[in-house]
Design a protein around this ligand. Structure first.
Ligand code: ATP
Length: 310
């Protein structure tokens, strides 16, 4: 008698990138509690991979995670990937029967939107697995409901974000930039950073204006890392530094090491340093490690493509 191995369940694997905010301009808080933003996103070549595998009808959702910081990721409905599968299932009128596996390559809680990348990748993976055939515009609409960084993880490359950061206009960027990142195990809560920003600037923060990033956009179009380094901007940096003063030393080490620019990434606590080359990025990262100015270091390039099926 011949034994037949069960055929593997169909599955779809999707990769989506983390991001850096090359510029983050934050306006005065509005009545609904949100801040108007102008931000220049660039996707980085640190990726999340989501595998969506078919399960029998009625089995429901399950979630597993691997990667260096997997123990810090929730495995329940508070995970953005879980919510993405539910939102897509509801939209297409099916039940969210799927096994999701996340391979995390983006630092967790580092202001680099790894959870948002998981959500974007899950939308693309479940759309393919369930044969839903949604357009990118439809997926982007669902992405915006999940979080303001999720549409950019779908799009990738470089884009200007307005509104809450979710209204995206693709932007041109030439060549490849080299980055080093210093992450900390102890995260920094995004609401706490915005809260400190409000205490520092209240309603006196000037309104945001995309024209303030003209120099940065020119540096990107020219592929000029020196000009880009000089144009990096983060309105949340003073608030993040007040909450975590030790990040000053991490910035200083990068600058002393010849970084073309160094800043707190998004709401922190990750510090980002723009380097001249891959070797230079590795050297900055090595100094952070040697001087105990980071819990982990990461070197990568930007830009990178948005969520896509592998
Ligand atoms: P934020 O959008 O808050 O700036 P972040 O980019 O700093 O997020 P993430 O790694 O995306 O960092 O997630 C921050 C927190 O969200 C984590 O500490 C975790 O509790 C929760 N979370 C929800 N879903 C995920 C996910 N898929 N991966 C990682 N964390 C997640």
């Amino acid at each position: 008698m011949t034994s037949l191995a069960a055929a593997p369940s169909p599955s779809v694997r999707v990769r989506a990138p983390g991001k850096i905010n090359l510029s983050l301009r934050v306006g005065p808080v509005e009545e609904d509690g949100y801040h108007p933003l102008v931000t220049v996103f660039q996707a980085v070549a640190l990726h999340e991979e989501v595998t969506a595998t078919e399960v029998a009808d009625g089995v429901g959702l399950s979630l597993t995670v691997d990667g260096p910081q997997a123990d810090r990721v929730p495995l329940d409905a508070s995970n953005l990937a879980w919510r993405a599968a539910e939102v897509l299932a509801e939209h297409v009128g099916t039940s969210p029967d799927v096994a999701l596996h996340l391979s995390k390559g983006v630092p967790v809680a580092g202001g680099m939107a790894g959870g948002s990348a998981d959500a974007a990748a899950t939308l693309v993976a479940c759309d393919a697995l369930w044969g839903a055939g949604l357009s990118r515009a439809e997926l982007s609409g669902l992405a915006a409901r999940l979080g303001s960084d999720v549409p950019f993880a779908l799009l990738g490359h470089t884009a200007v974000g307005t509104g809450r950061g979710h209204l995206l206009t693709p932007a041109m960027s030439r060549g490849e930039f080299h980055w080093a990142f210093a992450t900390r195990d102890e995260g920094l809560s995004t609401p706490a950073v915005y809260g400190r920003f409000d205490e520092m600037y209240g309603t006196t923060a000037p309104p945001v204006d995309v024209a303030d990033d003209n120099g940065l956009m020119q540096a990107l179009r020219a592929g000029d890392p020196t000009a880009l380094g000089a144009a990096l901007h983060n309105d949340l940096e003073p608030a993040a530094l007040e909450l975590r003063p030790e990040l000053e030393r991490t910035l200083e080490i990068a600058r002393n090491g010849g970084a073309l620019g160094a800043m707190v990434s998004g709401s922190g606590p990750t510090v980002a340093a723009l380097a001249r080359s891959r070797q230079h990025a590795l050297a900055i990262a090595a100094t952070w490690t040697a001087e105990d100015a980071a819990d982990a270091v990461w070197c990568t390039t930007a830009p990178a493509a948005g969520a896509r099926v592998l």
